[in-house]
Design a protein around this ligand. Structure first.
Ligand SMILES: NC(=O)c1ccc[n+]([C@@H]2O[C@H](COP(=O)([O-])OP(=O)(O)OC[C@H]3O[C@@H](n4cnc5c(N)ncnc54)[C@H](OP(=O)(O)O)[C@@H]3O)[C@@H](O)[C@H]2O)c1
Length: 282
């Protein structure tokens, strides 16, 4: 039996079909490996539930308990601040065969394990917003009970992009910052690129396209050469005393690396703070 065969046999319930829930839904359906009829959705507001069910042609149920009862895989797509309220009253509906996938940023795996003690296969999964176009980085950490299921679960998650297994704690926190917030940090850099071109007479529209192509081109070149380090790629585009070298000298003098490090650390601290306010299970 291949991993795709295993995926095809799963009944997948998505609890909360907002932005991320819909991105997951769309990735699963478009992949062709999750049959539409095996997907069930539930959502707090009925209006959105009906709309999404209609748009994606999947079955909806009115309660989260029903969703849990009818699913093998339960994907929790509610906001972190809503998670405790959504799950705590119905935690006993889960049983040990369920695979539970929480998408909630900032909620540690250990807290999920305490919140849903009956479930033994729990994953904390962190996609980023590029899941909408299936170009997400998807970091995950999992409870010990999920170990023998990770192959097909990784395949399922890879319908949204590139999957990386990490330990919960510092590694996951690093992914929250570099992958989830990372998209925002890159946009901030892209804004400076665009503005600078604009100040020299290039229209905002063209400047946006040029900026996007430069970032995409650099990323594509790095992706096409997986064995080549970023240092080596940089060396190849930097001739001695040339234009790039002059610019890089200032980037280093101005300690952009230090600024980024401080920003990353600050974001990581905020992630910790938010996680502590969102859930009090201990
Ligand atoms: N958006 C991203 O790029 C992104 C990236 C990484 C991780 N995430 C994670 O993904 C999760 C969802 O984020 P989002 O941006 O998709 O939020 P969202 O658009 O607000 O979606 C959350 C959905 O959950 C529903 N909901 C709330 N309480 C519920 C309950 N008790 N039962 C059933 N459904 C319930 C909401 O229903 P109504 O509002 O319709 O009432 C809403 O449709 C969060 O935990 C977030 O941390 C999101």
């Amino acid at each position: 039996m291949t991993t795709h065969d295993v995926i095809r046999t799963q009944k997948i319930g998505i609890m909360g079909v907002g932005n991320m829930g819909q991105a997951v839904l769309s990735a699963f359906i478009d992949s062709g490996i999750v049959p539409r009829e095996n997907i069930i959705i539930a959502n707090r507001s009925e209006r959105k539930l009906k709309k999404v069910a209609n748009e994606f042609q999947v079955r909806s149920v009115n309660t989260n308990e029903q969703l849990i009862d009818e699913s093998n895989v339960v994907i929790i797509g509610v906001k972190p601040q809503d998670l405790y309220q959504a799950i705590e009253p119905i935690a006993s509906s889960f049983h040990e065969d369920h695979v539970v996938i929480s998408l909630a940023a900032g909620i540690p795996l250990a807290s999920l394990e305490k919140l849903i003690p009956n479930a033994k296969k729990i994953l904390r999964v962190l996609p980023n917003t590029a899941a909408k176009i299936k170009l997400s980085v998807i970091a995950y950490s999992s409870s010990a009970g999920a170990t023998h299921h990770l192959k097909w679960i990784e395949d399922l998650l890879s319908t949204m992009g590139f999957v990386v297994a990490v330990e919960d704690g510092e590694m996951m926190e690093a992914m929250v910052v570099a992958s989830s917030s990372g998209i925002g940090f890159v946009y901030e850099l892209m804004m400076y690129w665009q503005e600078w071109l604009g100040e020299r007479g290039i229209s905002a529209n063209i400047a946006k396209q040029v900026t996007t192509k430069v970032f995409a081109g650099a990323a594509a070149m790095a992706e096409a050469a997986p064995q080549v380090s970023f240092e080596e790629l940089l060396r190849k585009v930097t001739s001695l005393k040339g234009v790039t070298a002059a610019g890089l000298e200032s980037i280093r003098e101005l300690e952009i690396e230090r600024a980024l490090r401080i920003s990353f650390e600050k974001a990581a601290m905020r992630d910790k703070e938010l996680g502590q306010t969102w859930i009090k299970i201990d």
